[in-house]
Ligand binder design. Structure first.
Ligand code: 13P
Ligand code: SF4
Length: 301
C-alpha cells in the first residue's frame, strides 16, 4: 500500500476522525473517505456523526455547513483555498437589500453560500431538496439565491410560488451548451441524458432527468439505458463507473472540471490529519442564526 495512504488510514483511526468527501473529489480521495455524497447527504452525515473530528474534503461552504450543524465538533477543510465562485456571487448585504424590496418573501438560500448569507436566510436548501423546500415555505413570494438556473428549475416545478431570482451561476455547469446536448442526442440516440440543475435553462428543459449528484447516481443505476450522458462535474464519473460496471458514461460535450474541488489531494488530506488544519471557525452569532436555516433544510428530503 502507498505510504501516504497508510499514514492517512493510521491517523484517521488514531484520531477517530470521520473523512467526508463530495462526489466531485478526485478518485484517490473518494476511495479513502468514510463517506462520499452530495451536499445534503454530507450535511446530514456531519450532523449525525458520533466522531468529534470531521475532515471535509470539498469546498469551504460545505465545511462551514458541517460546522454550523455540529458546532461542538472540530471541522477541518484540508484545502484552505477551496472556495466556490457561485457562493461568492452574493453577500449578506445583498440579501438584506432584497428583503427590503420584497418584505413579505421568505429567503431560501442554496447551501452554496457563505455562512453570513445563511445567517440572514429563512431556510437553506441543496439541489436535492430545493423543490420540496420552496413548496413548503409559508409565503407566496420566495427569494431564491444565488443560482438562477436551479432557481428557474424550482420555479418551473413549484408554479404556485412567485420565485424571485438572483443572477448567480456556476461557471462549471454553465459551460454545457445546447449544442453539446443536441450533438449527444445524435451521437448516442439510445442514451439517457442526466444533468445537474445548475446547468442552463435550455439544457434543463431538454434533458431526460435533472437531479443533484446523489440523485444522478441513483437515476443512472435505475435507468434501463446502457449509455448515460452526464451534465455535471467530471468527478462524478468515478462513482458512476464503479457502481455500474455494465454501463458506459460520457460527459456532455467535453468533461468540465471544478478547480476548487480538485484542490484536495492525498498530500492536503495527510497534512490536515497530521496538523489538524485548516479548522473552520465561525462567530457564535453566525452559527446560531445560520443554524436555524440549516436545521430547517435538513428536515426535507
Ligand atoms: P450536489 O449537492 O448536487 O452534490 O451539488 C453540489 C455542487 O456544488 C454542485 O456544483
Ligand atoms: Fe461551486 Fe460550481 Fe464548483 Fe459546485 S461545481 S463547488 S457550484 S464552482
Amino acid at each position: 500500500m502507498d505510504k501516504k495512504i497508510e499514514k492517512i488510514l493510521e491517523l484517521k483511526e488514531k484520531k477517530k476522525a470521520l473523512v467526508l468527501a463530495h462526489n466531485y473529489q478526485i478518485p484517490q480521495i473518494q476511495d479513502i473517505a468514510d463517506f462520499v455524497g452530495d451536499s445534503l447527504e454530507l450535511s446530514k452525515k456531519s450532523k449525525d456523526a458520533p466522531s468529534l473530528l470531521i475532515v471535509f474534503c470539498g469546498v469551504r461552504f460545505m465545511a462551514e455547513t458541517a460546522k454550523i450543524l455540529s458546532k461542538d465538533k472540530k471541522v477541518l477543510l484540508p484545502a484552505n483555498l477551496a472556495g466556490c465562485p457561485l457562493a461568492e456571487t452574493i453577500t449578506a448585504k445583498d440579501v438584506l437589500n432584497l428583503r427590503k424590496v420584497h418584505p413579505d418573501a421568505w429567503v431560501v438560500s442554496y447551501v452554496n453560500t457563505s455562512a453570513e448569507v445563511k445567517a440572514v436566510s429563512d431556510v437553506c436548501c441543496t439541489s436535492s431538496n430545493a423543490i420540496n423546500v420552496v413548496k413548503n415555505v409559508p409565503t407566496k413570494d420566495v427569494i431564491f439565491v444565488p443560482d438562477k438556473n436551479l432557481g428557474w428549475w424550482v420555479a418551473k416545478n413549484v408554479p404556485e410560488k412567485n420565485v424571485i431570482l438572483w443572477n448567480g451561476g456556476c461557471y462549471v455547469h454553465e459551460q454545457f451548451t445546447l449544442e453539446d446536448l443536441l450533438e449527444a442526442r445524435k451521437k448516442f440516440p439510445d442514451a439517457e441524458i442526466i444533468v445537474h440543475p445548475e446547468c442552463k435553462k435550455e439544457i434543463l428543459e431538454r434533458a431526460d432527468f435533472v437531479a443533484s449528484t446523489a440523485g444522478m447516481l441513483k437515476r443512472a443505476k435505475a435507468s434501463a439505458a446502457k449509455t448515460v450522458i452526464i451534465g455535471t462535474e467530471e468527478g462524478l464519473l468515478h462513482k458512476l463507473e464503479k457502481e455500474n460496471p455494465d454501463k458506459k458514461f460520457f460527459s456532455l460535450g467535453i468533461s468540465r472540471t471544478c478547480l476548487n474541488m480538485k484542490k484536495t489531494t492525498l498530500n492536503e488530506l495527510l497534512a490536515s490529519l497530521e496538523k489538524e488544519i485548516y479548522e473552520i471557525n465561525l462567530e457564535e452569532e453566525i452559527i446560531e442564526k445560520a443554524g436555524l436555516a440549516l436545521e430547517r433544510m435538513v428536515k426535507y428530503v
